[in-house]
Ligand binder design. Structure first.
Ligand code: HEM
Length: 159
């Protein structure tokens, strides 16, 4: 395996751990919390569980971003960002930027306090909003993964 293979493998491993974790949280952890924890406790309970995943995600997001940027730089792929047929390149950067903003800025500095305050007023509505946000991020991430694999290897989504 040459250096491109190694970096591509790092990129894919980081994406697997990161987006796989998002899928686990969305399809298993959130429904289980809804089923087994009282409405008033749900948001705080879920936040405690998700904190360890958020810590892990900060590293995997960083690894996916750095390896992706390295591939763009070494293959000189910048012109792809001017071509709408490479929508999946834009999608990768958009997903990465959204998670980076959430994990490094919004969650620790804004959302944590905002969700706590909102959960006191409206626990059911706040938990439902958390679930919707996770489904939205998971769906967008999976569309991006499918587009990137199809785009990188030719086939259904290839330009
Ligand atoms: C700053 C963010 C990112 C950059 C710059 C980036 C860049 C790249 C590049 C240059 C490739 C190789 C494309 C090719 O072979 O033609 C690639 C592949 C790929 N990326 Fe990203 N990426 C980023 C984030 C993401 C994210 C967030 C995801 C998942 C949601 C993702 C999923 C993938 C997948 C699945 C492949 C295909 C790997 C393969 O089948 O060989 N990337 N990325």
């Amino acid at each position: 395996m040459n250096e491109f293979g190694v970096v591509r493998a790092i990129h894919v491993l980081a994406v697997v751990l990161w987006i796989g974790g998002v899928a686990m949280v969305t399809t298993v952890l959130l429904p289980a919390t809804a089923e087994h924890v009282d409405a008033a406790e749900r948001v705080a309970f879920f936040e405690r569980l998700e904190e360890s995943f958020a810590r892990q995600s900060r590293w995997t997001t960083l690894a996916a971003g750095l390896s992706g940027l390295w591939l763009v730089w070494r293959w000189d792929l910048w012109s792809r960002f001017l071509d709408p047929r490479f929508w999946w390149m834009h999608a990768m950067v958009a997903i990465w930027a959204a998670f980076t903003l959430m994990l490094f800025v919004l969650e620790p500095w804004v959302l944590h306090g905002w969700f706590r305050a909102r959960a006191l007023r409206d626990p059911g509505g706040t938990f439902a909003a958390v679930r919707r946000l996770h489904w939205f991020l998971l769906t967008a991430s999976l569309v991006t993964v499918a587009g990137a694999v199809g785009g990188a290897h030719g086939g259904l989504f290839a330009p």
